[in-house]
Write a protein that binds this ligand. Sequence first.
Ligand code: DGJ
Length: 723
Amino acid sequence: MITFDPERRLFHLRNESVSLVLCLRPDEEGTLELLMAYLGAPLHDPAACLHLINQGEGASFDSLRQALPYACPTEGRGDYRPALVCAVDQQGQRCTELFYEGHHIETGKPRLDGLPASYVEKTEEAETLEIILRDGLTGLTARLRYTLFAALPVIAASILYENGGKNPLTLTCAGSACVTLPGRYDLMHLHGAWAKERSVERLSPAVLTRCLSSSRGASGHEHNPFAVLAAPDADEFSGECVGAALMYSGDFQISADENAYGSTRLTLGLNPRTFCWRLGPGKSFQSPEALIAYSDAGLNAMSQALHSLIRKHVCRGYWRDRERPILINNWEATYFDFNHEKILQIARSAAETGIELFALDDGWFGKRNTDNCSLGDWVVNREKLPGGLSALAKAINDLGLKFGLWFEPEMVSPDSDLYRAHPDWCLHAEGRRRTTARNQLILDMSRKDVQDYVIEAVSGVLRSAPIAYVKWDMNRNFKEAGSALLTDGRQGEIGHRYMLGLYRVLEEITAAFPQVLFESCSGGGGRFDAGMLYYMPQTWTSDDTDAVERLRIQYGTSLCYPTSAMGAHVSAVPNHQAGRVTSMRTRGDVALGGNFGYELDLSAQTPEDMEEIRRQVKQVKALRRTTQQGTFTRLQSPFENNIAAWQFADENRVILCAYRVLNHPNAGPAFIRLKNVPEGVYTAPDGSNLSANDLMRAGVALSFPHGDFASRVMVFEKQTQNG
Ligand code: DGJ
C-alpha cells in the first residue's frame, strides 16, 4: 500500500515485509527536496523514522548536504557523494537542481519504454508511486518511479528524464536509484573473470566510495550488476540486508559510499564513465530499473525475495514456469570438429539415457572450423552437415530428442561475407584500428539496418528447421566503440544505444518464437543479469564446468539469481578448465543445482558412467520441479567450508545437497541442520519418518563416499495427509 500524508509530507510504501519512507523537506529557500528517510521492516507510523534523516544535525549548514539522504542526489549542490543525476547545459554548467513538483500513485506497474523491466500480471500485484522533480532553470524533469510488490519485500525503481526546457542538455549521469541507510554496512558483491564468475566478496565498512562497474559493453565477468549492503552482524539466516540489482546488460556503475556521518549510500545506474546522452527539448530518456530487496532475516531471505521476483516478475513466456529440458551440448565433446554422423552418434547415446534435447554449439555455419571466421554468415556448413539443419534436426527428433542451436548474432568475423559486404556495420571509431578479440568484431546493434539483419538472419534459421532451443552467445567486449551513423557529437551514446538495439532484437525474436527456449551466454557467464533474464529465462553460468569450481560459482550466483536461471552441465574428466578428476556422481550432484545438462561425448563413456547417467536423468526428471522452482537455501558456503551445502524445498519434498571437497581421514561424521522446512512429516532416504522440526533441530548425518570431491544428495519426501 502506498500513502501520502500531505501535512507531514511523507510517502509511505508498505507491505507485510517492508516499508520505504520518502519525505519532502524544505531547503533554505523553502523549495522541497526529496529524501529517503527509511528502508526497512514495516513501520506503523512513517513519521517514526524522521529522526534518521538528521544524520548531520549539529553540522554547519554547509555540511548538512553531505549528510542528508537524498533520494535523487544531483551534481553541483554541495552533496559531494556520488550523484545520481548530472545534466550539463549548453555552457557546460553541470549544476543540476531537482525540486518537488507533484506526484501520483497508481495500481500496477507501467512498462519501461525499450528496456527490460519487472512486470505484474494483475494490477493488484503492485502499486507505483511516481514523484516528479524539476529543475526550474533548465527544465529537466525527473520522474522517479517506485513500485512496491504486494507480496514481496521488493521495490523496483527507475527514473524517466524529460527535457521540458528550450535548450538541449547533455546527461552525463542518468542514474536509476539511490538508497541511503543510516549506519555502517558491509558491502557484498560478486566479482570474477572468465571461468571464475561471481565469487562472493564481503568488505567491512569503510569511510570510502567504492565502485562496481563495467565499461565493456556488457555487464561483464568482472563485476555483476548487483550489490548487497549487509549489517555487519548479518549472516545467511539473520540480520538486516538490502540487495540491489540493476536490470541492465551493458555498462553500469554501482557505488557504495559511506560518509563521515555514518550513513551509507548506494547508487545504481548506467556507468557515467562511458555514458553521455544529448537530450533535446521535448525529448525523454528512460533509465534502467533497479530491483531492491530488503530482508531482516539474513541473506537467504533477501536472495529468496530476488529469486521469486526474477522467476515471476522478470522472466517471461512459455518457459517461465515450465520444467526445463535435460540437454546435451556438444561444445566440450567436439569443439569445432564434428559432422552429421558424429552429432548423431552422441545423440543416439543421449536418447538411450532419456536426455531430452540436443544443443548443437558453435561451428555449424559458414566455413567455421575454428574461431577465426564466418560469424555473421548464418548459413549452414554443408561440408559438415550435408543435409542441412533440417535433416539433422529431423534425425535427432526421430531419436526422441528436441533440437537446439548456438548463435552469436551480435558478432561479425572480418573473414565473413557479411563483413565484406558491410564493413561499416561493426562498432568502430573513425580513423582508428579495428582491434579484434577472438578474431571478431562487434556488430553495431545501435543501427536499425543491423538490427533488422540480425532479426531476419536468426529468424530465417529458426524457421528452416524444428529448433526448440537457442543458445545466444556473445564472446567479446567493446574496444574502439563507435557507430558510423552517430553524428553531432553523439558517439558517447553508443554503449546504451547498442543495448537498446539489442533489446529490440531480443524482443522481436523471442516474441516471434514464443515456444523456443532461449539461453543467454557470454563467454560463459559474462552477461548474467536480470536484463537478459527478461528475454531469455536462463543463462549459461560459466565455461568452467569443473564440479568443485562450480560449487563456488553457483553458490555466488544464487546470491541474486534463482537456480532456474543457471545452466549447469556435467562434463568430461579430467575437466577441460581445471584438469581435475571428479566422479560422475559428484558432477551430477553439482549440476542438479541448476538447469541440468551434459557437455561431453556420451558415446565415449564407460558402461558404469552410462549407468550413472541414466540414474541421474531419471532423478532430475523426478526432482527438477523442486530444484528449479522450489525455495533455494544456502546452508554452508564453499567459500568458507570444506563441506558446502544447499537445500531446495517445495510442497512435495526437501532436497539436501552436500559436497565435501577434500577428504580428511579420521575426521568424524558431519552433521547439518536443514532450514525453513515447510511443516509436515517427511520420509527420509533410510525410510524413517521425520518431522520438519526434527530435520531443522536435530539435523541429519552426512555420510560421503570415500575420497576427495564427494557429494551426497538426500531427498526427504513429504507425506501426504492420508499417509
Ligand atoms: C563461449 C561459450 O561460453 C561456450 O559454451 C561455447 O558456446 C563457445 N563460446 C563457442 O564458441
